[in-house]
Design a protein around this ligand. Structure first.
Ligand code: CDP
Length: 242
């Protein structure tokens, strides 16, 4: 079957059979690129769960919240409202914190340096996971993160675990951050990715791990088109079983 015809047939199959697609993996290994590609192709909702933890972190930093203090965490979370809206000019989903578009500012290294510590807090995870589960109630959703296939949607019809060579991950993230801040060094980026991966996989509450039923995609040597095609084939297999 040609690529175009395969996608046409798949799209007609997906019309009445919406599924949940969970994409997990380490920092900067292409999860969000694949999730956005899939959502666009399938006409699904895309949710970047990492953006939620980043936005919460931004709120904590801006408001000098002491996250060793349980009451301060509870109060802070009571004052956080997160929403995703599609940007009309790019069609991309962007995150809003209490009505402010923070999609750009949450990508800063200042936020990245603290996000894993804050995302490890029990109350923060319960707050985010609850909202993520509500977003998935109607299915037809692609969500990427660290615990989507294990905790948020343990019954997701398709679970993908992304990996990529470490050096490639550092290089990709360095390019993204350098475009915004030419003072950034590759060492800073490398240290941040290593630190986050360590904290994310060693925390007590829903640590990053591959779900037993996840399919691994290593995108070190794959073009964006190749990774999308691979994932669409997995969607096709799953839709057949729904
Ligand atoms: O894009 P990148 O891979 O750098 O990370 P992200 O998806 O923006 O996530 C930022 C951080 O949020 C991660 O390093 C985790 O600490 C946390 N996170 C999490 O704990 N659980 C998720 N489902 C998603 C992100």
């Amino acid at each position: 079957m040609s690529g175009g015809f395969f996608i046409f047939v798949l799209l007609s199959k997906t019309l009445n059979r919406k599924i949940i697609i969970a994409i997990d993996g380490y920092s900067s290994c292409g999860k969000s690129t694949l999730a956005k590609q899939l959502a666009k192709k399938l006409n699904y909702v895309y949710i970047d769960s990492g953006a939620m933890y980043r936005a919460i972190t931004l709120f904590f930093l801006r408001n000098h919240i002491n996250w060793q203090d349980e009451d301060a965490i509870t109060e802070a979370l009571n004052n956080i409202q997160l929403e995703f809206h599609s940007n009309p000019s790019t069609g991309e989903s962007e995150i809003y914190l209490n009505g402010e578009n923070v999609e750009y500012v949450i990508r800063d290294l200042v936020v990245a340096e603290k996000v894993s510590e804050i995302a490890a807090l029990k109350k923060v995870r319960a707050f985010a996971v609850h909202q993520q589960q509500i977003m998935g109630q109607k299915k037809g959703i692609v969500m990427d993160g660290r615990d989507i296939g294990t905790t948020v949607f343990p019954d997701a019809e398709l679970k993908i675990f992304m990996t990529a060579d470490n050096a490639i991950r550092v290089e990709r993230r360095f390019k993204e951050l350098f475009a915004k801040n030419p003072n950034i060094t590759i060492e800073e980026v490398k240290n941040n990715l290593e630190l986050r991966d360590y904290i994310d996989s060693h925390r007590e509450v829903s640590p990053l791990m591959q779900a037993a039923d996840a399919v691994v995609i290593d995108n070190t040597d794959l073009t964006p088109e190749e990774q999308l095609f691979k994932a669409l084939q997995l969607v096709d297999e799953q839709i057949g079983q729904v």
